[in-house]
Design a protein around this ligand. Structure first.
Ligand code: BV8
Length: 246
């Protein structure tokens, strides 16, 4: 593992453009539950029951209870060493961070040039798509005074400003992520690489000539397709890489 960390550090140190894609594993050491691992959120709840527009239409109170519980959990979590190293690297010009996480821990760590592909658990939009409510507003109140919450503009139902299964990602976010696949080094960190289009970004980057690396506790479907796969916790491996960058 030492050699792989040294060679990846050399690549990052020499790169003009670095892109980092993150998933739930980056926030695991902060205490945010992952989705598909042991104790992952999807083990207790079926995604299709909770994270789809159909589920929300069927039972908005149930979906909002799940999000209210996750907001409470995430509200008590702090960025860990992985978020902090990524935030520091993001200060370099040419670095883009693309996250699938909705917890905003990258933002709280001070990450620049951040693309939040799946939105934020701290933001809401109007379910009825009233014109003002189409623009997300932030609500960090803990606990939410009313579940389900209401649109601050028209009073109808609000929804989490999160991309659910079967919904399109925001065009500008997907475009920014695709642009960032034109890079020298592409790191995929703490993601099971099963949810598209995010899971396709590392392959796109490699096809465009990037050196690609994965950091994950275990092998994923992306492991065989990257130049180097390092098994370990992001909060352990990223500080080791950082220390090895000259
Ligand atoms: C769309 C919101 C256009 C809920 C989430 C192409 C092929 C196949 C299917 C599709 C495809 N294109 C589109 C699809 C369908 C679908 C999809 O990908 N389905 C999958 C399941 C097959 N995609 C969509 O619907 C997307 N929309 O493409 O629009 C369209 C529209 C209609 C029809 C066709 C196309 C929208 C996707 C939106 C997903 N939203 N959730 C919420 O968060 O509240 S997904 C959910 O999974 C999470 O939000 C999360 O962001 C995402 C990814 O999960 P991960 O972050 O990877 O987390 P996971 O738990 O899985 O893995 C954690 C990893 O960390 C593990 O590997 C573990 O080993 C590791 N780990 C743990 N601890 C550590 C660690 N690693 C390092 N250090 C540690 N300490």
């Amino acid at each position: 593992m030492h050699d792989r960390i040294e060679s990846l550090a050399a690549r990052i140190g020499a790169a003009a453009r670095v892109t980092i894609l993150t998933g739930a594993g980056v926030s695991a050491a902060s205490g945010v539950p992952t989705f598909r691992g042991r104790d992952g959120l999807w083990r207790q709840h079926r995604a299709e029951d909770l994270a789809t527009p159909q589920a929300f239409r069927r039972d908005p109170a149930l979906v909002w209870e799940w999000y209210a519980w996750r907001r409470e959990t995430i509200g008590g979590c702090r960025p860990n060493a992985a978020h902090e190293i990524i935030a520091r690297w993001s200060q370099r010009s040419g670095c883009t961070v693309v996250t699938q996480n909705v917890d905003d821990l990258h933002l709280r760590a001070g990450t620049r040039n951040l693309v939040r592909l799946h939105g934020s658990i701290w933001e809401q939009t109007c379910w009825n798509a009233c014109p003002e409510g189409a623009v997300a507003w932030r609500d960090e109140r803990q606990p939410l005074p009313e579940v389900p919450p209401r649109c601050v503009h028209c009073g109808s139902l609000a929804r989490p400003a999160i991309v659910w299964f079967g919904e399109s990602l925001r065009h500008e976010d997907l475009a920014a992520a695709m642009t960032a696949t034109a890079c020298d080094v592409f790191l995929t960190v703490g993601t099971s690489s099963v949810v598209y289009p995010a899971a396709g970004l590392v392959h796109e980057a490699r096809a465009r000539g990037a050196f690609t690396a994965e950091i994950n506790l275990e092998a994923t479907g992306a492991s065989d397709g990257v130049d180097v796969a390092i098994q370990g916790g992001a909060e352990v491996v990223l500080p080791l890489i950082d220390a090895a960058i000259r």
